[in-house]
Design a protein around this ligand. Structure first.
Ligand SMILES: [Zn+2]
Length: 109
């Protein structure tokens, strides 16, 4: 899945989204959505890595501006999204690889 795939589906990013992709990659509501509201997802839950995916201007109080991968989110957001099951399986698989790499790097020092 790429950002373009998600955007082409009519979904926009928000730092405080009303929807999320679940572990099984289903789009689920996490907040009330009224007719005409935009469907928003925190795109950081869909990707990993420290490259800036894009600069956000969602206008939310607490907007993170530079949108990075899930593994680069503040721990508070990672734990919140994991607790709510708002992280797709594919994202978690990528993180496992990076966590293993980090452990390996740490043990070498
Ligand atoms: Zn934002």
């Amino acid at each position: 899945m790429t950002i373009n795939d998600v955007v082409m589906a009519g979904i926009r990013h928000s730092c405080f989204p009303n929807c999320a992709y679940s572990f099984s990659n289903e789009l689920v509501f996490i907040d009330e959505v009224a007719p005409g509201d935009k469907i928003t997802v925190d795109f950081s839950t869909l990707f990993t890595g420290h490259a800036v995916l894009f600069r956000c201007n969602c206008g939310c109080n607490g907007c993170r501006i530079n949108i990075l991968g899930f593994d680069q989110l503040p721990v508070y957001f990672q734990e919140k999204y994991l607790r709510l099951g708002m992280v797709p399986r594919e994202t978690l698989k990528s993180i496992d690889i990076q966590i293993n790499t980090t452990k390996y790097t740490s043990s070498v020092r």
